[in-house]
Design a protein around this ligand. Structure first.
Ligand code: COA
Length: 320
């Protein structure tokens, strides 16, 4: 039994911030940001919350799948920026949508989170533990950005994407994941330090710290290897794939992967231009856009790939 995506949804905050808007509050420019990354605008949460965006995306995905919250038996939230430490994002969504028959929990795998969630759903469904799973990638990254660090804060945006996956006897599904904790310091965000009456420390909030060039090199090296591995397992070539839905971290990363796979950029959906890097949410947001605009067709062979903090990476080869 393999999984197939049968419904998708997404939600973005109402506020759109352009590169020019940012250049009014920090020493940056549209030219610097867009030439190095492809980003032109991003959505930033004001009233919206991670849970609120996730709930909106989840409701759309359930409707799109033609199912009901009661039929969802597994909810996995992928987020580095849930509203609470506990309860989890997945449990919050469960409450809000009334998915009372689901097991709900979160995974932390940075920008690969959605792909890791998908692999867990595949294992649950293949083992017969459940039939319908709801996967959510949701982030309000703006709350963990250091807005005085122009090299990082301009790259990220807020948003949520969700997918309902279902077990199907003859569906095609190949997956791979990997982690390299030894190199994790190149993209990190500390949690709260130990701080209590017996051990008082500096308790200032920590923000995302990134060594951009190291992350860039990691991505362009690792993603093509992961995709090649899936293609070999599936006995396919890159030419057989209709679309490569890659995590949207940098347009130049997408171009580099396309070049290494010898594929045209038309096969690489892009929305980093409007949404910037929404971490675990980027792949399901992109899938929703493509589905809604009628560019995905039943039977299309698609590759999904995520990469980022951990370091982690994950990829999936599926039929639509
Ligand atoms: N506006 C203007 N100038 C900026 C700037 C900004 N927002 N941010 C940094 N700069 C400056 C730097 O201070 C540096 O100036 P200097 O040469 O005078 O010291 C200069 O621009 C070049 O910075 P550099 O870091 O070398 O740029 P880069 O070409 O490596 O691009 C990234 C930086 C972050 C865009 C790029 O490394 C990248 O995209 N990496 C991958 C990040 C990523 O994908 N992360 C998420 C993974 S999930």
């Amino acid at each position: 039994m393999n999984i197939r995506i049968c419904g998708v949804g997404s939600a973005l905050p109402a506020l759109t911030v352009t590169n020019d808007d940012l250049s009014k509050i920090m020493d940056t420019s549209d030219e610097w940001i867009s030439t190095r990354t492809g980003i032109r605008t991003r959505h930033l949460a004001t009233e919206e919350t991670t849970t609120g965006l996730a709930v909106e995306a989840a409701k759309q995905a359930i409707k799109d799948a033609g199912t009901t919250p009661e039929e969802i038996e597994l909810i996995i939230g992928a987020s580095a920026t849930p509203d609470n430490i506990v309860p989890s994002l997945a449990c919050e969504v469960q409450r809000e949508i009334g998915a009372s028959n689901a097991v709900a929990f979160d995974v932390t795998a940075g920008c690969s989170g959605f792909l890791f969630a998908m692999s867990i759903a595949q294992a649950y469904i293949a083992s017969g533990k459940c039939r319908n799973a709801l996967l959510i990638g949701a982030e309000v990254l703006s709350k963990i950005m250091d807005w005085s660090d122009r090299s990082t804060c301009v790259l990220f945006g807020d948003g949520a994407g969700a997918a309902v996956v279902r077990g199907e006897e003859n569906a095609m599904c190949y997956m791979t994941q990997g982690s390299d904790g030894a190199r994790g310091s190149v993209l990190s965000c500390m949690n709260r330090p130990v701080n209590h009456p017996y051990h008082v420390q500096d308790s200032r909030h920590a923000f995302v710290h990134m060594e951009g060039q190291e992350v860039f090199k990691f991505a362009v090296r690792t993603v093509p290897i992961a995709i090649d591995r899936l293609l070999a397992e599936a006995k396919l070539t890159a030419d057989d794939i209709d679309y490569f839905f890659l995590h949207q971290a940098n347009l130049r990363i997408l171009e580099s992967v396309a070049k290494r796979l010898k594929q045209p950029m038309e096969k690489f959906p892009v929305n980093i231009t409007e949404c910037a890097n929404t971490s675990a949410a980027s792949v399901p947001i992109l899938l929703t856009e493509y589905k809604k605009s009628g560019r995905l067709h039943e039977g299309d062979k698609i590759v999904l790939a995520g990469f980022g903090a951990g370091l982690t990476w994950g990829a999936a080869l599926l039929t639509w």
